[in-house]
Design a protein around this ligand. Structure first.
Ligand SMILES: *Cc1c(COP(=O)(O)O)cnc(C)c1O
Length: 485
């Protein structure tokens, strides 16, 4: 008789949110950040303003480190610079014990200036300049080779050296729910990696020491890591069989989810974002379970970015205009085309709308996520779906299509959260100055960690050719005046 396979019951606590705010007749608000009033921050440092909580950064790092070190004897975190490379942020993580993970010569330089020794830098990325590779070799950085051209460049750099140089290979894998990021590294499923490893054994002075896989980003299902860890262990065993020596470290990259909310995500992040323990369990159990008995376990590197920094970052912004927005019926389709949620579209033809003093040039991640937007003062009236526009002169500058907000007026402040990952490194200067960034320390002291931009800063690299430097106008013929018909 055919029987269905037995599935172990899985009991998960359902975390109910607060009582429906629509019925309660009041809106959630964010009056202070780490004990410092939002109004005071905006008054002292201007609006908009990025705010980071040092306490939240340190607590999250410790939570992540604990989750892994409880389960695995040799764990090392490497701060993913591109997620947020403001020096103060990097230094918090370095103080906590994190080394650096960089993906370009620029980031490598930045990590060195932050006092990170070359041997404590993991060098990733699909484009490493020859000069950067030479430096990384000299300073014993952990180079994670992305492609065959890079491997051959390295081989030529190390050919005449007296000592062998250690490298790792970046691998991409089919891990389940996530699309394979095949842009990066070598294919770990079809034998390509093994071919490359065989090739390395024939190259003078290169030793394979590690295998790296960064599955992707915002991975909501920890099972992807179970698959990735299993494949890396299998590849490590095969690598040794074909004469590459023992693999000393496995690097599982980053990708753990923060408490951001994707477009079209129905449940709140509190219910969808796995705990760091669940990621740690998937990775550590797998490696410990499959690593050959009697062999030292490999060191485990993690390059967690957004899960450590996203929730610690806020953007304070001010309402500069209140509008009604007309919504023609084709709007839903149009919005869907922009990838913005049209879920709470009222049948009536208009909606509340606000304009903020910050735009999507500061909030690049709103292309994928919907930040929470909270008023900075307690509000008693009922939240209504509100379109939140940014301040740019572009129709696509929509921060949220339908944020539930009480009625606000010009001058009111709002707090956007979480926005700590990628927004600052990917922000662009456009028609206005980028805002200051402050960090609140554990004693509630506020520190400016990046000043607001000004005209001198923005124009610093510009040059005016000599023939444009004088004030005299070029003589030109009189303009032809069109006759009025
Ligand atoms: C971007 C990146 C990370 C960090 O990813 P998160 O999703 O922010 O955790 C880690 N490793 C590599 C190679 C990356 O490119």
């Amino acid at each position: 008789m055919n029987r269905l396979p037995y599935i172990r019951p899985n009991i998960q606590r359902l975390q109910a949110g607060p009582v429906n705010p629509f019925r309660l007749g009041s809106s959630p608000s964010c009056v202070e950040i780490d004990g410092v009033p939002v109004a005071e921050l905006a008054r002292n440092y201007g609006s908009p303003l990025f705010v980071f909580s040092e306490k939240a950064l340190r607590e999250k790092y410790r939570e992540a480190h604990r989750a892994f070190s409880r389960r695995y004897p040799d764990v090392q975190f490497a701060w993913s610079y591109k997620t947020n490379y403001l020096n103060a942020i990097c230094r918090v993580f370095h103080q906590e014990g994190s080394i650096a993970e960089v993906v370009s010569g620029f980031e490598y330089e930045k990590a060195r200036r932050n006092g990170v020794d070359g041997s404590k830098i993991i060098f990733n990325g699909p484009h490493k300049e020859r000069a950067d590779l030479e430096r990384a070799v000299n300073e014993r950085a952990m180079i994670q080779v992305d492609n065959i051209d890079e491997l051959l460049t390295l081989a030529s750099i190390v050919r005449d050296r007296t000592e062998p140089v250690s490298i790792a290979l970046r691998v991409h894998l089919q891990t389940g729910t996530h699309t394979v990021w095949s842009k990066f590294g070598f294919n770990g499923d079809d034998g390509e990696v093994l071919q490359i490893i065989r090739r390395i054994t024939t190259l003078h002075n290169l030793r394979l020491q590690g295998l790296h896989c960064h599955v992707g980003t915002f991975i909501l299902d920890p099972e992807n890591y179970r698959v990735a860890a299993r494949r890396l262990v299998e590849l490590a065993i095969e690598a040794e069989k074909i004469g590459a020596g023992q693999i000393r470290y496995l690097n599982l990259g980053g990708g753990f989810a923060s408490h951001a909310r994707l477009h079209y995500q129905y449940l709140p992040p509190e219910q969808t974002t796995p705990s760091l323990d669940r990621y740690a369990e998937a990775i550590c159990e797998t490696i410990i379970g499959l690593w050959p008995a009697g062999r030292d376990l490999p060191r485990l590197y993690l390059e967690t970015g957004r899960a450590l920094v996203d929730d610690a970052g806020y953007l304070i912004s001010s309402v500069v205009a209140v509008k009604k927005r007309h919504l023609p019926s084709q709007m839903q389709t149009a919005m869907a085309a922009y990838g913005k949620s049209a879920a709470v579209m009222p049948q009536g033809n208009s909606r509340h709308a606000l304009v903020l003093d910050a735009g999507i040039n500061l909030l690049y991640t709103t292309a994928w996520y919907q930040p929470k937007i909270l008023p900075a003062r307690p509000c008693l009236d009922t939240p209504e779906p509100t379109t939140v526009f940014g301040c740019l002169c572009m129709n696509i500058d929509v921060i949220r299509e339908d944020a539930p907000l009480p009625s606000l007026t010009t001058g009111d402040q709002v707090v956007l959260h979480p926005v700590g990952a990628y927004n600052i490194t990917q922000s662009m200067q456009f028609i206005t100055y980028r805002p200051a960034v402050v960090m609140i320390d554990s004693e509630r002291k506020v520190h400016v960690i990046r000043r607001r931009e000004n005209l001198d800063y923005v124009q610093e690299l510009e040059a005016i050719p000599e023939h444009l430097a004088t004030r005299t106008a070029v003589s030109r013929p009189e303009p032809h005046i069109l006759a009025v018909a």
